[in-house]
Write a protein that binds this ligand. Sequence first.
Ligand code: GTR
Length: 319
Amino acid sequence: MRKFLVVLVLLVIGTMFLFAGPIILRAADDHAEGYPTVEGLKVMARVIEVMTNGKYKVEIYPSAQLGSEKETVEQTILGAIDINRVSISPIVAFYEPMGVFSMPYLFRDQEHMWKVLEGSIGEELLKGLEEVGLVGLCYYDAGARSFYTVKKPVLKPEDLKGMKIRVQKNPVMINLMKVLGASPVPMAFEEVYTALQTGVIDGAENNPPSYYETRHFEVAKYYSLDGHTRIPEVVVVSKVLWDQLTPEEKIIFKTAAIASVEYEKLLWNQWEEKAMKAVQEGGAQIFYPDVTLFQKAVQPLYDQYPQYKELIEKIQAVK
Ligand code: GTR
């Protein structure tokens, strides 16, 4: 009888393990498979799975399957999405301090940007996201954004006068276009191709890998490398999930995110090169406008954001 009971208990426990399965976490990204951010998320997911001994399984939904960036940020705050890789742009509407990273010509170059992001300023801003229900784990590279247009290239700020330029749903970007004399059209990333094709907008702006991946170069073939902003990406976890994690698990999630950063950076640099080649082969024309003209033209935007002044000075002082 006792033997029978022991076998029964073991069977029940075994079945429980069999059916308990891993806890499934949903991760969003608006880029497709293969893009550096999606591949970065995959590394992060794998490290989480291995280090938690399979307790968590991260399912990645690329290509905006879970919605446009603004919607996914809302869902992450609510806890419906667990992990989200987004540009900082859609976050600005929820957490204004992050907007500083979308100020034009803020960073001298890629190296300067990473020094700031991986230093105390970047860390502080990531921490601040908790105020709005997001836990910032790390930044990813998103290069520099430049204009691409359908009918004529943008060679100087005056060329933008009256042009309808699509921007991310980021108040700083909307104001930047106004300062440059363009008409900003905030729009979801997924809608841009058709909007360019049908003439709803005259142009948009993005980094080379996005310009290439979305095939926007097919419909807007003038690409002017003015590099007006360097808006990084961020990987966030819902605070709803975060509060359920043990202290050890929190460390694992953070470690997993950090581990994925170097990989994303490596892919990023490869993609920038590959994208520039591919868009030209696909018929895009590249222009190198005088950047100092644009730097001058954006100055009034700095006066519109006195709240960023002190932080901007600190960012500029980072050597
Ligand atoms: C890309 C970014 C996307 C999205 C897009 C946009 O650079 O990686 O997540 O924000 O820009 O312009 O909407």
